[in-house]
Each structure stands twice: as C-alpha cells, then as structure tokens.
Design a protein around this ligand. Structure first.
Ligand code: UDP
Length: 333
C-alpha cells in the first residue's frame, strides 16, 4: 500500500530534495507550501497544495483531501540575521505555524512527524563534537523558534499521541547530483553558493567573516552535510516511526569540521578558478566551531553520510549553479 507524506516547505531547498528522495522510495508526496520563499518549479515529485501554516482551514482541507500517513515539516523562515531584526515574524511563522500544523494533525488523526530542527538550538556549544544530550541555549530568535517547536512536539505527544523525530541539521549544502534540483535562496547568504558566485561572477567578492577565531586557521569551523544525505536521513526517520520508534532528536552532520578558508580553497580546487575574497569582521552570533557527533543517528537510524566529502558537496553545488546561470540567461533573452 502506498503511503502518503505531507511535506510542508517542499518547494524549498532541503524540502524539495527530500520530496525527490521520498518519491523515489515509493512514497506519495503532497507539498504544502505558501511559496513565499520556495519555488514552484521545485515541486516536481507530488501535488502542490498552496497554503500557509497559519491558515488552519487550508491545513484542515489538505489533511481531509490527502489523508497523509505522516508529515515532514520543513516550512520555516531560516535567516539568523533577519530573525534578530524581526523576532515576531520568526516566532509566528516557525513556532505558531507549527502549533497550527500540529492541531490539524491531531484533528485528522495523523500521528507521525519529522521536524527540521537545527544545530542553532544549541547556541555556543559546551563541547565538541556536539551530542544530542547537550544543553540547548540558542543565541538568536531563529534557533529559539526551533527549540520551542521541539518542546511543543513533546507536549503534543502527551496530549495527542503524535510521535516526532527532530532532525538537527548542521550546514546543509550541495545539490542533487543529477541536476534536477538544487539550492536557490534570495538573498543568498550561505558560504558555498557565495564562493561559487565569486567564481562565476567577475563583480562579486566574498567577505570572510573573521579570521581571528581560535581555530586552526582563524576562520569558523562548520560541519557541511550533503543535502542528499539529509534526505536519506529523513527516509530512515520515517521508517523508524512506522516501525514504532519512540520520539527522538538526532544530529545530522558528518563529524568533520571544515574551516571557511578550507571551503574557499576546495571551491578553487574543484572549479579550477579563483575565489576573490577579502577578510571582514566577524558576523554577529557566529560560534567559532559547530561540529556534530552523528553517532546517535548511525546507531538508531542506521544512517551514515555517504556523499558529504567536501569536494562532492562543492561539485554538485557548482554544477547546479552553472545550470542556474543558463536559466537566468534564458529568462532575460
Ligand atoms: N561565511 C563567511 N562569509 C559569507 C557567508 C558565510 O565567512 O559571506 C561564514 C560564516 O561566518 C560561517 C560559515 O561561513 O562561519 C558558514 O556560514 P553559512 O551562512 O553558510 O551557514 P551558517 O553556519 O550560518 O548556518
């Protein structure tokens, strides 16, 4: 029997790659997305129900129509800087929006959810690599809006029997290797796409945010995880819940940290072109290092990243951005 998964935010970056993986694994996919930050052309693996998380009636209609067996919840605002300037927008969309979604699930009797959480829920880590039992003290409203959801999920399990898997992503990166979908943010703020922009666009220069951190080359260390490895973790998390697994949180990272300058050099190596750059001040709220321990996801979900070596991440991202350049050219001609 084919199972249906309702994917909120399925028109976004991680959501669309997961839709592809779900569909390829035999799931019927329904995307629920307001297209405020997502892209209609990224909805390629299931029907689109255009709606907002805050619109309870639209949610109820989608649940009544599609009777999903589970929800994968990606829809969220995800710019740290914006969350500092507009915290209300983040708590409303990310936290209250999830409350509305959970109410619709409870009403419809849908009792399994995979939630896109983040390493930003930890704040400045007390140890490295980071394990799931560490204290969570977010240092910006984005991380706090996601941490609240983690707590709300536990309350909805007690009240309504909804089991959840919280997946705390580290730095999602890369694109589908077949070029069917990739990363598109407007504005783009992430390191790897910006390095590639530097390679492709003569007028763009990367600013490295700080080179005086206490790290091996002075620049920030992050744990870059290929978006297709993330998608595989979601599939395994769905299977885990259908096998009766209890609610859990898992870090999704590789366990290996890479500095900003190591990424810059890797982009130069993979593309064979220089990344123009200058050193700027630190960005507010950037911890020096964030590296996951992914042991729990491996031991309980049987998940291990298989395509997250830095060169594979960059190669797939670069090929996608080359296609994006062609698309933009075609759009203006
Ligand atoms: N970064 C940078 N210049 C940029 C964008 C990012 O030096 O223009 C650094 C940033 O300070 C962080 C790393 O690259 O240490 C990854 O940042 P990104 O925004 O990609 O992801 P985040 O870690 O914020 O989720």
């Amino acid at each position: 029997m084919t199972r249906t998964v309702l994917v909120t935010g399925g028109a976004g970056y991680v959501g669309s790659h997961c839709c592809k993986a779900f569909a390829e694994a035999g799931w019927k996919v329904v995307v629920y997305d307001n297209l405020s930050r997502g892209w209609r052309e990224f909805v390629r693996w299931g029907e689109l129900e255009q709606g907002d998380l805050l619109d309870s009636e639209a949610l109820d209609r989608a649940f009544a129509k599609h009777k999903p067996d589970a929800v994968a919840h990606f829809a969220a605002l995800a710019y740290v800087g914006e969350s500092v300037e507009k915290p209300g927008m983040y708590y409303e969309n990310n936290t209250l929006g999830t409350v509305r979604l959970l109410d619709a699930m409870a009403k419809a009797g849908c009792d399994k959810i995979i939630f896109s959480s983040t390493c930003a829920t930890y704040g400045v880590p007390e140890k490295m690599p980071m394990t799931e039992d560490m204290s969570q003290n977010p240092i910006n409203p984005y991380g706090m809006s996601k941490l609240f959801v983690e707590k709300v999920l536990d309350d909805y399990e007690v009240a309504h029997g909804i089991r959840s898997v919280k997946l705390r992503y580290f730095n999602a990166a890369g694109a589908s290797p077949d070029g069917e979908v990739g990363e598109r943010h407007e504005p783009e703020t992430h390191l790897i796409p910006l390095c590639i922009e530097g390679v492709l666009n003569d007028t763009f220069k990367l600013t490295v945010f700080g080179d005086d951190f206490d790290t091996r080359d002075g620049t920030c260390v992050r744990d870059y995880i290929h978006v297709m490895d993330l998608a595989d973790a979601h599939l395994k998390a769905l299977d885990y819940l259908f096998d009766g697994g209890t609610s859990e949180a898992f870090n999704l990272g590789t366990g290996t940290g890479t500095t900003v300058m190591e990424i810059v050099h890797a982009v130069e190596r993979v593309t064979g072109k220089p990344v123009p750059r200058s050193i700027g001040p630190r960005r507010a709220g950037d911890p020096p290092a964030l590296v996951a321990s992914a042991d729990k996801a491996e031991s309980i979900l049987g998940w291990k990243p298989v395509q997250s070596d830095v060169d594979s991440v960059i190669e797939t991202a670069y090929n996608w951005h080359l296609k994006e350049v062609e698309r933009k050219k075609a759009a203006v001609s």
